[in-house]
Design a binder for this molecule. Structure first.
Ligand SMILES: Cc1ncc(C[n+]2csc(CCOP(=O)(O)OP(=O)(O)O)c2C)c(N)n1
Length: 567
């Protein structure tokens, strides 16, 4: 009997289960948390996480788990991880995977699956997950054997980080996950030894050419896009625009690369700049709808595009020069290459910067009155202005909604790099609460401020409870117009007032009471003078909070009125 126990002990010690192999491979990638909703197919992964000291944040909907993994990647620069069960658990996560795919956010989603031994027999929650997810991920595969579990997790990370990053999906059948294999038969990745650096340097000849174009340009402009943050190119970008005196525009996660008030920070004169520049450098953002597919750039300008993805450079629009690689490495090499010129032309560009600054001032003057409007219901411009005033250098700002977030895109300026989060080009409503979860978990030292449309909040709002349960305080603001206004505007414009309110109106919900019911802090605000004080009380509460601000449902952001998103 004693011998038998001994033997069992030895085999336990020298074998390892699939779930524990997952946890070992996650640990090697530096992942310290998984976002998940439980299911019988995946419990061995939780057991592995207990051993490896990986936190388990359990949410109320798998879409939230996937968005949180996306948000974690954006904040930390390391891939995020969501673990979801087979069938409906995985289908619920699909939106989060798709959002990360369009936003170029690296993450791994692990889905359960029925036992391989019951393949296609009609097991509980069986679905063809890999077929479903392949078109919206960089890599989607089934793990065929327990020995391969950790190896395939590392493969999934390699694929997620290949070129422009994105999501990977692994389906692990239940019997593969639960089985034990001898440790020496499994490839267990060692940190830093299963993939190369992602810092690709770009073609040296192209870098020299861009340096010369910049030095010779009289009216250059640069767009610092998402990948400036992805590749942590903040300092290189700042050094370049300062040394060469180049006006910089920022979008997506690139917002905040330069602080507001910086002489090279421009926001409201982009169209003017792109119409009048002789050189336009686009860094790490595709020519998609947000860029008018490249059509809004002057046909006479020299256009340079830098991107992590070979497939993105030159897509939708001809370019004069393309450079594929890491924005940080490329921008610093370009600056270095400009030192070969005795005069980099910076002085000569002063008048150009002044011309753009005058455009900015005119645009600011035009809307100044609305930013300070005392109207009730509250004007959305007043709300976003108050939020902008409230943000500090340590506030990570998250926008989740339609029209109200379009307003905020024009007014709210993050004060630091990496402190702006929006869904990205998929335009997914419901990212707000999961992004709060990821941001506050990963950076407890930061304040997280989120602005929701009432429609957007409703999609994933129940996970406010998860924020309470895990003690993840944030300042939440709902721009409540009791409708899905961005869509409502288009319907009214097309079908008239009488038929325009179909399928787009919401109830008058007091979200502050919802917050309080779940253990958070909440206030209703109808007076514009109360927005600032209410935000400060939310901050001081130290709890997850919702300030429900009643805004005018009959005014719309300029972007919504022009329907620019469909053009
Ligand atoms: C998941 C998802 N469903 C639907 C849409 C389409 N959509 C875009 S904006 C919008 C209205 C959002 O309403 P709300 O969040 O209340 O913001 P508002 O426009 O009223 O400011 C909708 C439904 C979407 N982008 N994402």
């Amino acid at each position: 009997m004693a011998d038998q126990r001994n033997e069992e002990h030895t085999s336990e010690a020298t074998t390892i289960s699939g779930g524990h192999l997952v946890a070992r491979a996650l640990k090697a990638e530096g992942i310290d948390v998984i976002f998940t909703l439980c299911g019988g197919h995946i419990i061995d992964i939780y057991d592995g996480c207990v051993d490896e000291g990986i936190d388990v944040i359990d949410v109320r909907h798998e879409q939230v788990a996937a968005h949180a993994a996306d948000g974690y990647a954006r904040i930390t620069g390391r891939p995020g991880c969501a673990v979801v069960t087979a069938g409906p658990g995985t289908t619920d996560a699909v939106t989060g995977i798709a959002n990360a795919y369009r936003a170029e956010s690296p993450m791994l989603v692990i889905g359960g699956q029925g036992a391989l031994s019951q393949h296609k027999m009609g097991s509980l929650q069986d679905l063809p997950h890999v077929d479903m997810i392949a078109p919206i991920s960089k890599f989607a595969a089934t793990v065929p054997h327990t020995e391969r579990v950790a190896d395939m997790v590392s493969m999934a990370f390699r694929e997620a980080l290949n070129g422009a990053p994105g999501p990977s999906f692994l389906e692990i059948p239940r019997d593969i996950l639960d089985a034990r294999v001898p440790v020496e038969r499994a490839r267990i990745p060692v940190a830093g030894r299963y993939r190369a650096s992602t810092r690709q340097a770009g073609d040296p000849a192209a870098i020299e050419r861009l340096a010369e174009l910049l030095v010779r340009s009289e009216k250059p402009s640069i767009l610092l896009g998402n990948q400036v943050w992805t590749t942590r190119a903040t300092q290189s970008a700042i050094d370049l625009v300062r040394a060469l005196n180049v006006p910089a525009y920022m979008n997506g996660a690139g917002r905040g690369t330069l602080p507001p008030g910086d002489p090279h920070h421009f926001q409201l004169s982009r169209r003017y700049a792109f119409t009048n520049s002789d050189l336009i450098v686009i860094v790490g953002t595709p020519f998609d709808f947000r860029m008018g597919y490249g059509r809004r750039l002057s046909p006479d300008a020299t256009v340079v595009q830098i991107d992590l993805s070979y497939a993105t450079v030159g897509k939708n629009r001809d370019i004069d020069l393309g450079i594929v690689g890491d924005a940080d490495v490329i921008l610093s090499s370009v600056l270095q290459a400009t030192s070969a010129f005795s005069d980099n032309g910076a002085q000569g560009r002063k008048a150009w910067l002044e011309e753009l600054r005058a455009q900015e001032r005119a645009a600011l003057d035009k809307r100044a009155a609305l930013l300070h409007s005392d109207a009730t219901p509250i004007h959305p411009y007043r709300l976003v202005h108050e939020i902008n005033e409230f943000l500090t250098e340590d506030s990570i700002y998250i926008g989740d909604g339609g029209d109200i977030v379009t307003f905020s895109g024009q007014v709210v300026q993050p004060k630091s790099p990496g402190h702006w989060m929006d869904p990205g080009p998929l335009g997914t409503l419901g990212v707000g609460v999961p992004f709060v979860m990821a941001a506050k978990y990963a950076r407890p030292d930061k304040e997280v401020v989120a602005l929701f449309g009432d429609g957007a909040f409703s999609l994933t709002g129940w996970d406010f409870e998860t924020l309470v349960r895990f003690n993840l305080p944030f300042v939440g603001v709902i721009g409540n117009n009791s409708s899905m206004n961005q869509i409502r505007y288009g319907q009214i414009a097309k079908y008239g007032e009488a038929r325009g309110n179909v399928g787009n109106t919401l109830g008058d919900v007091r979200y502050s009471e919802f917050a309080r019911m779940l253990g958070g802090y909440g206030e209703e605000v109808r007076d514009p003078a109360e927005i600032g004080p209410a935000l400060r009380r939310a901050r001081e509460s130290g709890k997850p909070s919702l300030i429900n601000v009643w805004i005018d449902p009959d005014v719309y952001a300029p972007g919504t009125r022009n329907q620019t998103m469909y053009k």
